[in-house]
Design a protein around this ligand. Structure first.
Ligand code: ZN
Ligand code: ZN
Length: 434
């Protein structure tokens, strides 16, 4: 009874919403018109990449563009972050769209006419700098969406917040940065958005949008273990405590935790060691060994459980040999958690952007995103945009962070459509809250 009444009320609303999402030829025309600019912005930013927390030129370009569009512009948030506020002509909710701006310490090898020749310093080393993760495309697409949406200002019922974020790849050693720092500096305080959307260019069929509900990218933690023994001559190990032997046992025992102690039917979990350092000479058992690695999880409880087990295992394996183990964890990103209700709500908008067949589901990705910190505060949806060259097998496509990574520019129109469509649809008809 309750259900049938509800569907009677909702049906006309939903029908009109879907119809609106399917049509909008005017909006499509405006987006087509802005695309040559989007592509030239992308190439310019690509040729002038800047490392995390150093996005000075990029931020100035973004701010100048948003100012020209008549938006309220805030700069210098979390070092170089830029926020544009578009207040619509009518009252309504606030929605945020996000692009990340930073490049990577990678020497470009694409041979593109607008390839980067920039060299910079990263953690004390000279390195080539490249937009090897496609954040150049993210910035250009969001600048394009801002231009299209600014044209609709009088008709917009609500406010759109454009977030241009620094340091998604992680700030340099010893610095703060990224989404966490923007939030700490009051990003969501005034105005307070009730939803956020963001995308990432990714190997996949050009223009295809890939999305999944709940955990789409992993939480990323680094861990450090210091095994403390007692230095002694290698000829007489019984006189000391051998931390190298403890390390051997520890690596095995920790690798067995996801395999033997974690419910793998719930969500995947990965533990990988990346560094092992110990010793200086063949006949000296050293005082200590340092290990580092990463943990990737898709479930908050599983993450906590895994970390506790790793700490417990380190302590007890070391103790068994009379050694000590110090265990530390640093969290880089939470799970990129797509709110189920908002993801379901977003499907018609994404289909408007890429066509019914242009939206596909995706498996969880063990990479991580600091977009996850926004999603800890408000519901958000993060999705991928396929940017592989036409007619090339996915196995042959250079992945993100490769010196050969490239973006198929024909795909970018669907990214601008998705960002524009999501913002307009959200303000026109946000998902019902309980
Ligand atoms: Zn990246
Ligand atoms: Zn990225």
């Amino acid at each position: 009874m309750r259900r049938s009444m509800l569907s009677l009320v909702l049906l006309p609303l939903l029908t009109s919403f879907y119809t609106a999402a399917e049509q909008r030829p005017e909006l499509s025309k405006h987006i087509e018109q802005v695309m040559p600019k989007v592509i030239s912005w992308r190439r310019d930013i690509h040729q002038h990449p800047e490392l995390s927390n150093r996005e000075v030129r990029t931020a100035a370009k973004v701010a100048a563009h948003l100012e020209k569009l008549g938006l309220e512009v805030r700069t210098g948030i979390a070092h170089t972050g830029v926020v544009g506020i578009l207040k619509g002509g009518k009252d309504g909710p606030v929605v945020a769209l996000r692009a990340d701006m930073d490049a990577l310490p990678v020497t470009e090898q694409t041979g593109l006419p607008f390839a980067s020749k920039v060299v910079s310093e990263f953690n004390g080393q000279q390195t080539g700098v490249m937009h090897a993760c496609g954040h150049d495309a993210h910035v250009a697409m969001l600048m394009g969406a801002a231009e299209v949406l600014a044209k609709q200002q009088a008709d917009i019922a609500g406010t759109i917040m454009f977030v241009f974020q620094p340091a998604e790849e992680g700030p340099p050693a010893g610095e703060e940065g990224g989404a966490k720092m923007m939030l700490a500096e009051g990003l969501f305080a005034n105005p307070a958005p009730s939803a956020i959307f963001g995308l990432h260019v990714w190997p996949g069929e050009s223009g295809q949008i890939q999305v999944k509900t709940e955990g789409i990218m992993a939480a990323a933690d680094s861990f450090q273990i210091t095994v403390k023994g007692k230095q002694v001559h290698g000829s007489s190990p019984w006189r000391g405590i051998d931390p190298i032997n403890v390390t051997g046992q520890l690596i095995n025992a920790i690798n067995l935790i996801p395999a033997r102690q974690i419910d793998v039917t719930k969500a995947p979990a990965v533990v990988s060691f990346g560094q092992v350092h110990g010793g200086i000479r063949w006949n000296i058992i050293p005082d200590d060994v340092k290990l580092e690695g990463t943990i990737r999880t898709f479930d908050t409880d599983m993450r906590e459980d895994l970390i506790n087990r790793m700490a417990h295992t380190s302590e007890h394996i070391a103790k068994a040999s009379g050694a000590e183990a110090e265990f530390h964890v640093h969290n880089f990103a939470a799970v990129t958690w797509n709110d189920p209700a908002l993801t379901e709500w977003a499907m018609p908008s994404l289909k408007w952007a890429a066509g019914d067949k242009g939206v596909a589901s995706v498996k969880p990705i063990t990479g991580a995103e600091d977009f996850s910190f926004y999603q800890q505060q408000i519901p958000g949806v993060f999705f991928f945009l396929g940017i592989s060259p036409d007619g090339k097998a996915l196995s042959e496509v250079a992945p993100n962070h490769s010196p050969m990574f490239d973006v198929n520019e024909d795909a970018l129109v669907n990214g601008v459509r998705a960002l524009t469509g999501l913002a307009l649809d959200y303000l026109a008809k946000p998902p019902a809250t309980e």
